[in-house]
Design a protein around this ligand. Sequence first.
Ligand code: APR
Ligand code: PHB
Length: 393
Amino acid sequence: MSVTHTQVGIVGSGPAGLLLAQLLDKAGVSSIILERKDRAYVEGRIRAGVLEQGTVDLLNEAGVGERCAREGMVHKGCYISIEDERFEINFEELTGGKHVVVYGQTEVTKDLINARLASGGDLRFDCDNVAIHDIETDKPRLTYQKDGAAHEVQCDFIAGCDGFHGIARQTIPADLLKIYERVYPFGWLGILAEAPPVADELIYARHTRGFALYSMRSTKVVRHYIQCLPDTDPDDWSDDRIWDELRLRLPQADQDKLVTGRVFEKSVTPMRSFVCEKMRHGRLFLAGDAAHIVPPTGAKGLNLAASDIYYLRNAIVSYYKTKSQDGLDTYSDKALARIWKAQRFSWWMTSMLHNFSTSDDFDARVRGAELAYILSSRAGQTSLAENYVGLPF
Ligand code: APR
Ligand code: PHB
């Protein structure tokens, strides 16, 4: 068995694990990332694409913000439509100049992997049977197999950045965790297609046929979503059927602006809110999707992973500088305070904008009134904008 030592062992090379590794590297703290899948798989996963300024700042700090600065699209607001009416939410005006950047998570992941490999950082793909040991001691370990050989990584700390289906959360005794969960009675059928965007900003469309989102990746590639049943088979949706449905959910005045094109990715995302408390046990720290999931309405998933990593990096770096445990002890509470606010926002956006087949008429009316109120009130719009651009870390 080969044995290596590092300061921080990281499980998972999604945005959370990769960002942590790069930020620790800048602070002179060593880390090793163990990833179950291969590089092509990790770089090929399609996810949301809206970055808060705080996330962009962290990418810059990690030294990986250059392409995002060049190719990312600054969005100063968004549109919300209800049937045939379209309203503008101007983030900059409502928040004193704040905006978001539209840049695919897939690209963030590629930039982080490139930076990690370019700096000679330790990133191991195709690790089988990763297991976490001895987290209640001060010498935790990771073991795994690769190409039939057994390996061990001895660490000071372990970061569980292995997503919702990972093993890190399961390593903590179940009776020490409290799980909060809500599963929504719908999903999103998402496409990537070669077509120009419908408008200059994203359109969140509430419609009697169901919610739709008109997003983009560039001036030539769009990312659109249609509310669907959670067990929808994407193959039941031909390209024509998808484009027809997308057109019908737009306000009539915008329907001609929907330009169709070759669909090159098509998948269904289930919708879930999930929080695991606490996010630390002994020397194991959970971050990102390993600890929480939000429904994608409002695109908070990656941004929450980034704020977790901000708190975790600060805690670990401060430990090595001062030997103080304070940051480590408060990590979970600090991260969860922000997570719950983003959970509230994602749940609220989801409730206002979707059709709930399971709800009664009263609930449906109240949700409609909530959105109508927001769109008619500067205070309401300010609240939406403030959350959308991202609450402070
Ligand atoms: N061993 C090693 N790696 C694992 C294991 C395991 N047992 N289980 C999962 N992984 C890897 C996955 O293959 C994946 O590459 O952990 C990584 C987790 O990455 P993500 O799922 O992208 O999670 P995270 O880094 O927290 O990113 C959060 O991704 O899902 C979106 O909306 C979410 O945008 C948010 C962001
Ligand atoms: C996306 O572009 O993928 C996207 C944008 C906004 C969201 C969710 C997803 O709220």
